[in-house]
Design a protein around this ligand. Sequence first.
Ligand code: GAR
Length: 200
Amino acid sequence: MSCQPVELVVLVSGTGTLLQAILDNQPTSGDGGYRVTLVVADKECPALDRARRAGVEAAVVEMEADRGAWNARLAETVAAAHPDLVVSAGFMRILGPEFLERFQGRTINTHPSLLPAFPGADAVGDALAYGVKVTGCTVHYVDAGVDTGEIIAQRAIAVEDGDTKESLHERIKQAEREQIVALLGRAQLHQETGNGKVTF
Ligand code: GAR
């Protein structure tokens, strides 16, 4: 087992409060922990400014009509940073085969529902519309499906009377921030297998 920090590439699309929590909680000294080496977005967005303000390299791989070509360009951009782990944190694109053939098993995603309930782009709205009394958040490995990969961690959040999509999502995001930071904080890099596997 290595005591080097786990090097992360973080994928983002929007506001970037999850990214901010990940950046703010990077261990500053000592062995282990994690370090964000690159942030990649599919468009210019506030999350990229958070990366730049933190002195972390930020890149945009603009979506294009040819999804395969976009996935290949995204994979190239990410691969150039040689990450141990890719973290999708508010990244609103489906990762396709050209990306996953290089990074499946090393890419995790945080999602605002208790999967397998409410996969997809509007998990909070879907949970509210269904009328569930408990929802939450999930960190899972990314596979070829939509939010179907192996579950790593989950937290439950109660839906309160009068909740709007915004109020519920904000409580879920608070839990997501705590969950992803706790998980990354205990990530360990194993190099004896030769492939730099990360475990939690
Ligand atoms: C988070 O709730 C995250 O789980 C969600 O976007 C939000 C990002 O917030 N991602 C998805 O819904 C992916 N399907 P942020 O931009 O403030 O970090």
